[in-house]
Design a protein around this ligand. Sequence first.
Ligand SMILES: [Zn+2]
Length: 413
Amino acid sequence: MKTNGKRLWNSLMEMAKIGATEQGGNTRLALTDQDLAGRHLLIEWASELDFKVSYDAIGNLYLSKHGVHTDLAPIVMGSHLDTQPKGGRFDGIYGVLAGLEVLRCLHETQTLTHHPIELVVWMNEEGARFTPAMMGSGVFTNILNLDQVLKTTDKDGLSVESELIRTEQSGQIPLQRHFQAYYELHIEQGPVLEQNQKEIGVVTGGQAIIWLDVEVSGKAAHAGTTPMAMRHDPMLGTAEMMIALEKMVLQDFPEGLITFGEISIQNSSRNTIPAKTQWTIDLRHPEDTQIQNMQQQVLKLLQQIAAQRHLNATSQQHWHSPATYFDAGCVQTVQSTVEDLGFSSQRMVSGAGHDAINLAKHCPTTMIFVPCEGGLSHNEAEKITSLQAEQGADVLLNSILKFDQQYKLARAG
Ligand SMILES: [Zn+2]
């Protein structure tokens, strides 16, 4: 079955008019009037068909199309309509509107699936107005506590709860209800598919992340009176550590990533050798065992270089998020659909956070990526072509039909 690429593209361009920015991007922060207008437009489109509209207590919005078996849990597609301030037209929105296109196709061809098919719009995926990010899916899957999240406020002191009431976006459909499967189609938000000239990314999971806080201390001293050989300079120690850590990751962990995003120098002054540096390490790897090995290597190198330079280095783990492994059965439906449709593809893990990472803890889950120009995202210039949009939507549609069909075979067998 084929989606209607032109209709999908028109919907994307219509949605992009809401909260449009001067440079061609969008600003629709969660539960603002712009976000509400986007949701209303989606509901208006859905009401032209015969879909049921419902909400849960945290403002996730569901459109559902019934299947043959009313006792079955739904196969769910989804993503988010909220954006970063001056974000792009496709991050999240594409997954939602491609889901709508799938529903439109099923409706127009009068295809009756075994399972109900649902489209979900997760509330506040971006975390730009209320933190943390992936809020709606976090509460749905019980990773975040509903009562706590409702009390969360934005920078003007408005709470999630009061904004849900104001915008009339909360409802009664139960949180944590069972999904037969969850599929999220998304732009890659990175440069890999474009670089490798692949049409579709078959996403197998999400990376493990470890955040470390590092402190390197030496001895403050006068920049003009202390001979080089007599210094205990934590800044130069830090520089050497960073370079050595980069080298170690490049050599030993080809799939690993290391980032030093923050650094501060205590009482910094241009003519003083500093006493102490404090900095952060962000480690990522697709495999849990490998990120542990990476962390051990990091700690070893920190101590080695500190000892050589007569410094003291300590590190503390600030946060750890294990790797996510998507459901092998769902991944396989995407892989074989891509082959059926003759698209080029590669397997990859998601570098960014997504609602699907939360959903993977709840039900069989996977993601589908399409390339985006220059890998650019969280940027007004974010761009995909209408052909790329259509190809991704075709993969979504046919993967879901395959999943639905497999269920019938399993039941008959
Ligand atoms: Zn997104």
